[in-house]
Write a protein that binds this ligand. Sequence first.
Ligand SMILES: [Zn+2]
Length: 278
Amino acid sequence: MRTALVNQSSLRVDVVAGLWPLPSEHSVIESIHRDGRCVSIEWDDGITIETWLRWRGSWELYRSNQMWRLPMSFARVVIEVPGWTAVCFGSVAVDSYRMPDRHRHPQSGGVGPDLRREGVDLGAVATRLFHPTRAAMSIFDALGDPHVLIGSGNVDRSEVLWALELSPFTPVGELEYDDVWTIVQAMGRAVRDGHRSLSVYGRVGQPCVRCGSSITGARQGEDRRMAYWCTACQAGDGQRLVPPPLLETSMPADVLYLNEARAARQRVRIFDDLRDFG
Ligand SMILES: [Zn+2]
């Protein structure tokens, strides 16, 4: 099973209903471990699916065109890679979890998670965005990279970066993981909730509703999409997402974003502390 599956991109992962999280589309199987009756499969986006084989539980490997020994309804987990299908039958307890390791190397090929999907795994998006191969990319370009995420428009990128007062030209490598996490959460919210009004998108030459300076726009990246930003409050190059005093901002959406930025930073710090103490 290892020979057939490891280092292969998974074409399909079917599991018992309700299991979450699941590996993102086309992520690569990194390793398969067996510990007694427990078989765990690990993907390169940090997801592990664990199967505890109980009475008559077994993993079986089939060629793609081969008949299975038992009907589909007996399968608890099905993993398909090019040429092969691995099926877990029988009485099996299935669990899945994410290894929260920011230094993992997500596969750079394959499309990222779809932000329009219910329950989309934003952690996987952040991991892809924070990947060292994107260090030199501008945050604007990286957010438009389909290997990082799909399902979000040009409007979302421009509006979210404005809300966070971040220059669209900030290289990803100059951001900390918690900044990236904040951006990804804001993107998720923008896609889910839409925009009540536009602050920068399509507003070239008009005054910024926050600081009054003028909005500008330019074509960016390989796909030559328009980026819009405020020449004053998004002028910094490579700044951190340090929240300015909340009362200076007048937009409710802004306050929301900034509060979340702070909360996200605290969450990451707590997590780091826990890890440091084992
Ligand atoms: Zn401004």
